[in-house]
Each structure stands twice: as C-alpha cells, then as structure tokens.
Design a protein around this ligand. Structure first.
Ligand code: PEP
Ligand code: MG
Length: 868
C-alpha cells in the first residue's frame, strides 16, 4: 500500500481532490506543487496511516518506514540538503492536516533536524549565529513540549533567568552566547525530567514528531473541537513533513497571509498582511503590527508602514501572479500563506477561503461575470444554507465567542438575550422591553407565547423535527435544539454545562445556523441583501424545474399549529378532552369559526395558487394540559367540573404519543372533527370563490394514513360535507382530496391509495421516524454518537436517508403513478428545506418540495443546483 505522497519541484503524487486521504493542507500543497508554484518540497503521511495507527495499538504499517525514508531522500535531492548534515543540513516542519481545518487543535513541530552539529552549519550558512541558536532553542522547547510532554514553564524559568542576567526585557535582546547556554539548560531540563537525553539524531526526532502529531488527534482539545464541529473521529489526520523556509533570517525575509479577494465584502481586491523578518506564528500572535500588501490598502487604512508593493515590488508582482494563477486554477477565492526567504517567495498553504455570506454571493456573481466560472458553476459554488445567513442575523465574524455547548442547528439566525426558563417569564420581560432567550428542556404548545416573545429558543432535548424546531422555523426565530450537555433546573432557574452555570437574567447567545451556545452577548450583524442576492435568485429560477415554493403554493398547512395560541388552544383542548359528542361539537363549533377565518385569509393571499390544508394531526402530548391552571381554563370553557378534565387528561396520557392517537386516527374515532375541518375549508372556498377573480385551489389532505379503509372513510366524510356546503351556499367549487404518505405501510399500499387519493404528499418526518424506528423526539440524545462513529453520515431527520426512506419514496411514486399516471407528488417534511434532500427528491422525480417560509430562497437555489 502507498502510505506516503511526495510533492515538490513541479511534481506531486497527490491532488487537491484527495483531501480525504491527504488532509486539506497536504492535498493543496500537492496541487500547488504540481501547477508549478514555489512550494518547499515535502511529503504527506496519509490519514490511512492514522487509521491504521489507532486500529493497531499505535503501530505503524510495516512499509511506512521505508516509504518515509524514500520520500525524505527525495526532499534531500530536491533541496540539495541532507538531513543531519554538518555543512548543509535539511530542516523540516512536521504538521498535522485533517480533512477539515482544526486550527490550533493538534501539534506542530518546526525547525526539526537541529542538533549540536547542524546548528553550527545553520549559523554559518545564514551568517547569523543568533538566528541559528534562537531557532535551536525554540525547537528544543517545542519538541520537549509536544513530543516529550514536558511542561513549558520548566523552560520559561530558564529564559527569564537568562534575561535577568543579561539585564534585558525582550527575548530578541539576548546574545547568541546566551541562547547557546539556554539550549544547554533546556537539555538539562529534559535529562532531569525524563532521565534520558534530548534526541540528537534527526531521524529519531522525525519519528518522535510524527507520532506526536498522530497522538494529538486524540487529545482532549481535538476531541472537543471535533464534537463541536461534527468532525468524525474515524477521519484521522494526515502528517505533512516539509522543508523549512525561514521568514526571519533578515530584512529580505518576511511572512504573510492573504485572501485573493476581500473575505468580508467579496470585492475583487487582494487582501492580506505580512511582517518583515518574522515567522508565521508572529503574524498570528499579533505582537507586531503587520503591514498591508498593496499601496491601495495602505492608503485606505491610513497606515504609515510601507506595503509589500513598496518594500519588495518584485516579490509583490510574483505574488500577484500566484494569486491569479490560483484563482484560475481553483476557480474560487483562496486563503494563502507565504514566506519570503532571502528574497525568494515560497507558498506554504492554500485553501478555499472562508467568507461572509454576502462575500460568497458577490464572489460567485463576479467570477461568473469575469468569465472565470459559468453561471451554473456560480450557482453550484454556493451552499444553499448560506442564503439562510443572508436572511437572518448572524454572529459578527470578528467577534470573540466562547462556545459552551452545541446542539442541533434547528432554526437559522443568531440571537442574544437574557435567559428565561418559562414562556410566561419570556412574555413578562419582553413587555418590559427586554430581549430574552427561552431555555426549555423541550417545548410544547403551552410555550408558544414564549417562543413568540423570545429572540431565540434553546432546548436540551429533541431533534430537528421536535416541537421547538418546527415552530421556531415557522416563526423565523433562531433555535438550537437538543443541546444535551446542558442541564436545566427549572426550580432553581438556572442551567449548567460543565463548570459553567447560567442563572435567569444572565445573557446567552445562540447561533441557530450552527447549533452553538455561547455565554454573554456576542455581537450580531443584521441580515443584508445585496444586488448579488437578486442576481443569484434570478439565475436559480432560470434553471430549476421543481415548482411550488412560497408564492407558488402552500404545500402544508399544519392546522393544529393554528390552534396554539390564547383562546384557541383552550378550545382545542376542550375538543380533545371532550367525553361525548355533544361536548365535542360545542368545542368544534368554536374551532370552525377560527379555522374558516384562517383558511379564507390563506386562499385570498394565495390568489389561485394551490393551498394544501392538512386535517388535524395533533400529537396528544403536545396538547393535553399539564398544569392545574391550564385545566381550569378548559373546565371553565367547557362548563364541566375541573375534576372531569383532570381525569380525562390522565386517561389520554400515552406511552408513545408520536405513534398514538394522532393524524387520521383522531378523525376516524371522531368523524365530526373531519367534518368540521372540511366545512371550514369549503365554506372558505365558497366565500373566496364568490368574491375573488381567481378561484381558490383547495387541496384537502389526510395525515398519517396506513390503510386504504381509513382514507375511504374520511374521503366519504369530506365529500359529503362538500356537497352539503355547495347546496347550502348555492355555489360550486373544485377541490382535491389527497393523502400523506408517511408510514411504510402506506408506501406499500400506494397503488391502492392512489385509486382514491388525487395527490400524495410525503411526510418525511414521520416517515423517517417509522422507517428507522427512531423517535423524532428522542433521537437527538444519541444520534450525535452515531455521527461521531460514522454509522450515519447525517442526521436522517435533517438529510433525507436516500437508501431507506428514499427507496420507499421511489416505490410509493412508482406504485402511485402506475394507478394514476399524472398524480401530483411532493414532500412536506422538514427535509423540504434541506439542499441534499431536495437533490434526492429531484432525482426521484417529485413535482415539488414544501418547506417553511424562511427556507424558500434556500430551496430555490438547491432546486436549481440539483437541476444542473
Ligand atoms: C411529516 O411527518 O413529515 C410531516 C410533514 O408532518 P408532521 O411533521 O406535522 O408530523
Ligand atoms: Mg407527520
């Protein structure tokens, strides 16, 4: 097997698209080398070495040593230097490089190959003894820390003492002989701490560093980072070994970082900074003020330090040509690192640059207009989720944030506010003009007023289709759901996570686009729609062929969600808790009025576009009252004794409400519910039909159907009601009756259901739940583990499972269309707003996807992408 890939001298074994094997850094170093950019030669130990290492008790594959040896020889011949040589020594850096960048999480060793012999050669070659011994000193310290595990303060004591002795404050004021002595004391520390000598043999150093990098994949920092950023453990890291170049050998040396375009606005302007006579770390550390690259930037920032364009005009020109070469090659904005050693430019890294959402759109539009990419490529280059960021406030990318917990990114946008633990408190504080974040273990319809009053919602339990997630998305409130590491104590009005405690009134910020929770106020930036947004949406609409987003129709009216608030939930509860038909009809009469009003308004707004109204599907546990006060309200409204309500509520408790008495099952038991809803819909249709030019298109949808008989029975009730309304009102209207397919049995029966149903709408939330046998409400607690272990790649409630649910959909489509060839079919689960799922739907040949309003532009872009 091939474990080692080399690069340098215009050649490379690897390529940019081999990130999984070589890590991001290694893959791009290979790519840059092969397109002839000045990359210091080196080689990459693949991520498969890492996997092998962990699967085999920290043993390397047996061919590895030989392959490293060979690759090292190649670096020696490419640089004309030799590892450990006493006149012309090769020094290398050893760095980690995973598929996804994990800044600062894993270990790095620089200047490797220095020892008592090679340091003299370095001194002679550079003509700078101070530089040589300073590099040596840093190397011994870094290696001892990273590889040998000796605490840094052991060395820092000696450094302080050396400065005291010399009577200076800064490290750089030490003389070469001071540094030489320091190296000796550092090595003595190693001897004392470990009982063995610091390794002088460069090969031993190399293997030590390689092992340390692989080991650092499992250090606590890296583990935490991975769990916060959804990076699976089994990916492993690669290790890059590369010839050292020095930006700190004098004033003809420098080091810098740049973006090929402005990452915050997207403007086509070279953007970056550099430091003369410095190492990469110095730029990041921010000890010295970096200089601008261009004269233009220097002038616009009013800096009095000269730009690279001025101090090293030749290098600057070369860098400009690298910039355009990289953009032409990668067809994307790049984030680069470079070093200038004694007047020669070296490229140390390139990767697709991180950018703000507005910048991403600007860059895509500009690059298409510049002819660098096609319009299609521009559309494909944008992650549809990015659109979310444009429509919602986002965290200021420059702001510092300390993430204390991570949950599911349930509803996009960022928000901060004072923590409250109850909906009532949220409303109270909101009335006083305070901004609040509502924190609940989970939410129910009782919390709706709080969800509405709050800036954002955080729950510790529940998945992407939990109540909080679905409702927050519908309201456009940011939501982080199922942040399981947080413990909420309602009684004490506080939450704890690890060692952090947050009490009511303290400030918390959540980022619903990323699922992050932060203590304190993190500044946000308001959504901004630029001209490039319009351009992208226009290009997207030119190519997509799936229909019915937003203004093109409503794919799912969840009627139970219309009864969440105020008096409405009381009437709804009265209906659910009624013990006989008379009581139920009394409540239904109230609901009829509200329902008719809502639907009339919807038909008006939709102006002849189809509106799919789903019959009630209330999971009972979301609606049964829990507190005495709530029960009292219901008792009063119904005019029955409180005790009866209490008893009935207890009776209705279910062990598995999501699989319980919900959906069409409710209407099967109580057909008068179906009758009321049908009446509301048809009376609304009659009224709007009478007064508007365009006739309403009513589609009545029956949820959670498992058998043909269920649909048959309810279809009968609906049709009978339609006929009655037509007769009463003396007007005709058209309508369709369809069914949701969201249970495997319904999928199997799709052929027969299609005899009766005029359309199918696939409820992929319940379908996922029942196909996987995975509770929508509980899966959030263990799915992250499944992701980390690579058992599932994505949360199936977020991204439609193509092999299971997708297969069933395909089958249902075929069976349905074999009965009724032109049948309209689409999905209405939460997956309708997820780009990857939309692609699956496009492939299956669905007619439309439906999603919450705020995700419509996301869906437009995703539909265009899957049509391309
Ligand atoms: C579904 O199950 O996918 C669906 C749309 O219905 P709900 O989420 O309301 O159960
Ligand atoms: Mg459903």
């Amino acid at each position: 097997a091939k474990w080692v890939y080399d690069f340098g001298d215009g050649k490379a074994d690897g390529r940019a698209d081999m990130k999984n094997l070589l890590g991001g850094k290694g893959a791009n170093l290979a790519e840059m080398a092969s397109i002839g950019l000045p990359v210091p030669p080196g080689f990459t130990l693949t991520t498969e070495v890492c996997t092998h290492f962990y699967q085999n008790d920290c043993q390397y594959p047996k061919e590895l040593e030989q392959q490293v040896e060979k690759a090292l020889n190649l670096v020696e011949s490419r640089t004309g230097r030799k590892f450990g040589d006493s006149t012309n020594p090769l020094l290398v850096s050893v760095r980690s490089g995973a598929r996804a960048s994990m800044p600062g999480m894993m270990d790095t060793v620089l200047n490797l190959g220095l020892n008592d012999t090679t340091v003299e050669a370095l001194a002679k070659k550079s003509g700078d003894r101070r530089f040589a011994f300073d590099s040596y000193r840093r190397f011994v310290q870094m290696y001892s820390d990273v590889v040998l595990g000796i605490e840094i303060n052991h060395f820092e004591k000696h450094l302080e003492r050396a400065k005291e002795k010399r009577g200076v404050k800064q490290d750089c004021e030490l003389l070469p002989e001071d540094l030489e002595k320091l190296v000796k004391s550092y090595k003595a520390v190693v001897q004392l701490e470990l009982g063995e000598e610091f390794p002088e043999d460069p090969k031993a150093q190399l293997w030590g560093a390689v092992g340390a990098v692989f080991n650092s994949w499992m250090n606590q920092r890296a583990k935490t980072y991975r769990s916060l950023h959804d990076i699976p453990e089994w990916w492993g890291t690669a290790v890059n070994v590369q010839a050292m170049v020095f930006g700190n050998m004098g004033n003809d040396c420098a080091t810098g970082v740049a973006f090929t375009r402005d990452p915050s606005t997207g403007k086509n302007e070279f953007y970056g900074e550099f430091l003369v006579n410095a190492q990469g770390e110095d730029v990041v550390a921010g000890i010295r003020t970096p200089q601008e690259l261009t004269i233009r930037a220097r002038q616009s920032h009013g800096s009095d330090l000269p730009s690279l364009e001025e101090v090293m005009p030749n290098i600057f020109r070369e860098l400009l040509s690298v910039r355009s070469q990289l953009e032409t090659h990668y067809k994307d904005m790049q984030d680069i690192e470079f070093t200038i050693q004694q007047g020669k430019l070296y490229m140390l890294q390139t990767r697709n640059g991180k950018r703000t959402a507005p910048a991403a759109l600007q860059i895509a539009v500009d690059m298409a207009n510049e002819g660098l990419i096609t319009k299609s490529q521009a559309l494909l280059s944008l992650k549809p989720d990015l659109i979310d960021q444009l429509l919602h406030p986002t965290l200021d990318p420059k702001a510092k944030k300390e993430i204390i917990a991570k949950g599911l990114p349930a509803s996009p946008g960022a928000a901060g506010g004072k923590v409250v633990f109850s909906a009532d408190e949220a409303v109270r504080r909101c009335k006083d003009g305070e901004k609040v974040i509502l924190v609940r273990i989970e939410t129910s319809p009782d919390d709706i007023h709080g969800l509405h009053a709050a800036e954002g919602v955080l729950t510790t339990r529940g998945g992407m289709t939990s109540h909080a997630a679905v409702v927050a998305r519908g309201m456009g409130r940011p939501c982080v759901a199922g942040a399981g590491s947080i413990t909420v104590d309602y009684a004490a009005a506080k939450l704890t996570v690890g060692s952090v405690t947050v009490t009511e009134g303290q400030i918390l910020t959540i980022d619903g686009s990323k699922g992050e929770v932060m203590v304190g106020e993190v500044p946000t930036v308001p959504p901004q729609l630029s001209g490039s947004f319009g351009t992208i949406m226009q290009w997207a609409d030119e190519v997509r062929d799936m229909k019915e987003f937003g203004a093109e129709g409503i794919g799912l009216v969840r009627t139970e969600h219309m009864f969440f608030e105020g008096q409405r939930i009381v009437a709804m509860r009265q209906m659910i808790l009624a013990t006989d038909e008379a009581d139920r009809r009394q409540a239904l009469d109230k609901l009829l009025v509200m329902q008719r009003e809502d639907i009339t308004e919807l038909f008006r707004i939709m102006d002849g576009n189809p509106v799919t109204v789903r019959l009630l599907d209330p999971p009972l546990h979301e609606f049964i009252p829990h507190t005495e006060a709530e029960m009292a309200l219901v008792a009063k409204a119904a005019g029955v004794p409180l005790d009866r309500v209490r008893r009935r509520a207890a009776e209705l408790q279910e062990a598995n409400p999501m699989l319980g008495h919900r959906g069409c099952r409710l209407a099967i038991t109580y057909p008068e519910i179906c009758e009321m809803q049908a009446r509301a819909i048809f009376e609304a249709a009659a009224e709007v039909g009478r007064s508007s030019k365009k006739l309403p298109v009513a589609e009545v949808m029956v949820p959670l159907v498992a058998t043909v008989e269920e649909l048959k029975l309810l279809k009968g009730v609906i049709e009978k009601t339609a006929d009655a309304v037509k007769k009463e009102q003396g007007i005709t209207f058209t309508y369709k009756i369809g069914t949701m397919i969201e249970l495997p049995r319904a999928a199997l029966q799709a052929g027969r259901l299609a005899e009766m149903a005029e359309f199918f709408s696939f409820g992929t939330n319940d379908w996922t739940q029942t196909t996987y046998g995975l509770s929508r409400d509980d899966a959030g607690s263990f799915l992250p583990e499944y992701k980390a272990k690579g058992i599932v790649e994505h949360d199936p409630f977020v991204s439609l499972d193509p092999d299971g649910v997708g297969e069933l959909i395909t089958m249902a489509v075929q069976r349905g269309r074999s009965t009724r060839p032109e049948m309209k079919m689409g999905i209405c689960g939460e997956h309708g707003g997820d780009p990857a799922s939309i692609e699956v739907c496009e492939k299956i040949g669905l007619d439309y996807v439906s999603c919450s309003l705020f995700r419509v532009p996301v869906a437009r872009l995703a539909a265009a992408q899957s049509a391309l």
